[in-house]
Design a protein around this ligand. Structure first.
Ligand code: ATP
Length: 400
């Protein structure tokens, strides 16, 4: 059992005059056996949160509970948690075996034989049995990471705390270790709080992700919920690669107005038809449908017909005319930079299109892929978000 609760956690650094709120009133529950990824940009408070949970920092206020029991005042070794650091933090003069055994020798009264068995079991799980006599300097980054994880496993913790454990590995190894870590976590069924700044890692690894910015929790949900139903503009821009495009627009009488196009929503709601409001339209690169091209050779007809409001050349029907400024083939997907006059957008497609730099194209958007955000607050304008904000609901958010 290991349900972890972070309740109203605040951590400030500084001396009153230059106070820095690293984590601000964060509440989060990680269910027993769940893999939750805490993701956000550098400096958003991820590591501070993890260190408070581990007991390496003292919270300014708030509580940490494990299975309902407060552990906030306990020493790190008495919390039933094991932390793995980005730097691996192995003792350089100890062998892999001794690195893994050290914690057990210091904090338990297990016999030498019992410790030996536990270390060898963990080494088997991490496939490092042949490396147990090696010192860290003779191991590769990936092997050191396995030793660091093995050291966490031998303690049989109720909670794993992982702080960017893969970021020192090269891209190929990182991707392999991602899969292995998830597999390991599922086999051991240990509640896991995993910190990363890498949204791809967050999207692919966690049961749920918690997005943090400026010490504030922005959204908690499954990766796909955060991708399809971002609660605000920050989450929309942070989750997904390449990032979502944002266009300043005005919503008036059920029509989204922009210099480059007008988009009539098929089901205008109270908010969209009552007066005018400044909104930000968000559209993901993969949701910009290339519906026409002056250079020819592209069209997947089903794409064009699937896009609501797309009927022809750019303008009043929700399509935009654009010039292709950069073409980036990546193998399975091609990414385009397209200039719509007032700004450059990113579009991507898995279709093989014969479109070169300088080509004139027309792009459209299906209504279900259009996200709308309040321009001032950044809050998503979906019926639920708008209700929470006590505003009349608006159409066009992904949650529709
Ligand atoms: P990164 O991905 O770069 O590690 P992070 O999201 O983990 O960033 P934290 O390391 O938690 O962010 O830092 C959050 C904020 O708290 C930052 O502004 C940082 O400068 C500040 N901070 C962290 N530790 C300390 C400290 N010991 N003393 C003073 N300020 C600190």
């Amino acid at each position: 059992m290991g349900a972890l609760e972070i309740d109203g956690l605040t951590k400030t650094f500084g001396d009153g005059e230059t106070e820095n709120v690293a984590v601000d009133d964060l509440s989060l529950t990680i269910e027993d056996g769940e893999f939750l990824t805490l993701v956000g940009p550098s400096g958003c408070g991820k590591s501070t949160t993890l260190r408070c949970v581990a007991g390496l920092e003292t919270p300014t206020s708030g509580e940490i509970r494990l299975d309902g029991e407060t552990v906030t005042g306990r020493k790190p070794k008495n919390r039933g948690m094991a932390m793995v650091f980005q730097s691996y933090a192995l003792y350089p003069h100890k062998t892999a075996f001794d690195n893994m055994a050290f914690g057990l020798r210091m904090t338990t009264d297990l016999s030498k034989g019992e410790i030996d068995e536990k270390v060898r079991d963990a080494a088997r799980v991490m496939e490092i049995e042949d490396l147990l006599d090696n010192r860290p300097s003779t191991l590769s980054g990936g092997q050191q990471q396995r030793v660091a994880l093995g050291r966490a496993i031998v303690r049989e913790p109720e909670v794993f705390l992982l702080d960017e454990p893969l970021s020192n590995l090269d891209a190929k190894l990182r991707s392999g270790m991602r899969t292995e870590l998830q597999d390991l976590q599922q086999r051991l069924d240990v509640t896991t709080l995993y910190v990363t700044h890498d949204q791809t890692e967050a999207m692919t690894m966690g049961d749920r992700i918690a997005v943090l910015d400026g010490g504030h929790l922005q959204q908690v949900g499954t990766p796909l919920e955060c991708y399809h139903e971002p609660r605000n503009r920050f989450v929309a821009g942070f989750i997904g690669s390449p990032s979502m495009n944002f266009l300043d627009c005005t919503l008036r009488d059920g029509v989204i107005h922009h210099d480059a196009f007008e988009y009539r929503l098929s089901t205008p709601t109270e908010a969209s038809s009552a007066g005018s409001r400044d909104v930000t339209l968000g559209i993901r690169p993969e949701d910009l449908d290339i519906v026409d091209s002056a250079t020819g050779g592209l069209n997947d007809e089903s794409d064009a017909s699937g896009a609501s409001g797309v009927e022809g050349a750019g303008g009043a029907d929700g399509t935009m005319d654009a010039t292709v400024t950069v073409v980036e083939p990546t193998g399975n997907v091609t990414v385009f930079s397209i200039d719509i006059g007032s700004q450059v957008l990113t579009a991507s497609t898995a279709d093989s299109l014969d479109v070169d730099r300088g080509a004139r194209i027309t792009v459209g958007m299906a209504e279900e892929n259009v996200h709308l955000f309040d321009r001032e607050t950044g809050a998503a304008l979906s019926p639920s978000a708008a209700t929470q904000a006590e505003e009349a609901p608006a159409r066009g958010s992904s949650s529709s």
